[in-house]
Ligand binder design. Sequence first.
Ligand code: UTP
Length: 294
Amino acid sequence: MEIKKAVIPVAGHGTRLLPATKSQPKEMLPVGRKPVVQYVVEEIEAAGLKQILFVTGSKKRSIEDHFDKDMELLKQLRQSGKASIIEEMKYQEINVSFYYVRQSEQKGLADAVNLARDLVENESFVCALGDSIISSPKSGPSLLKRMMEVHRKHKAACTVAIERIPREEVYRYGVVKIGEELGNGVFKIEQLVEKPNIEDAPSDLTIAARYVFSPEIFQAIDMTLPDKGGELQLTDSIGLLLKKGAPVYAVMLKDKERRYDIGNYESYFKAFVDFALQDEKYGHILRHYLSRKL
Ligand code: UTP
């Protein structure tokens, strides 16, 4: 069956980005010209998905406002003849339907995904973290398209994106151990660990903020136990799928693809600089400014 639905969890508190996230969602922080979550929505639309469910929480209302068509503002821009700005606002005409469900208490990513149960029903679905951008070249099938194809072909219970990162950063992510390559950057997963100590990590390959799930994930979430902090970790739910012998696959990011995690200041700053340098209008000015300054 064709995959049509995507879930974007955006209910986290974003404590690592305080004070910037005291009263605004980290998913709405700008990277270049657009808020982080707009890149995520555009990536999902480009992969051909038609329905997006946001799992939101308190202080996340601006995400709904961002994707709501603001007719009053458009009218004003038209009247003042600001054609280039109207062009930038075209994202509002995106061809997907948005749905919202609220995670009233932050109980972890698996709990957030569980709230999608009613919308996705018996279908496989994509889950894309709202605080991570995947940048990729325009040519060739996108990461999400490759993941959906692998998921369908192997009748997987779960397919995750993975990337190799410097070993000293693995403690921030879910880390996987993979089997032999099945071709084209596709692997079967043998083991997963959430935020391991550097010395205990089974590899330097981490889950890169994109997942495809079959509805089986909901039974695994039901059986997932809270971690030390009381949260239900999605990596643990996937681990339970593996434990019962369900097929779990990984698709490696290609050389020119990159995951930008906006959840901590170091990678947020790097993302902002990279995207600002690519800006059509101001990129070359910033490049000149930075090279003089450095
Ligand atoms: P993080 O793991 O970065 O958690 O979430 P966080 O709570 O937002 O950040 P810190 O650790 O306090 O700094 C990854 C993505 O999953 C969502 C977040 O909004 C983010 O987009 N998330 C996380 C939820 O929707 N619900 C949760 O319970 C946890």
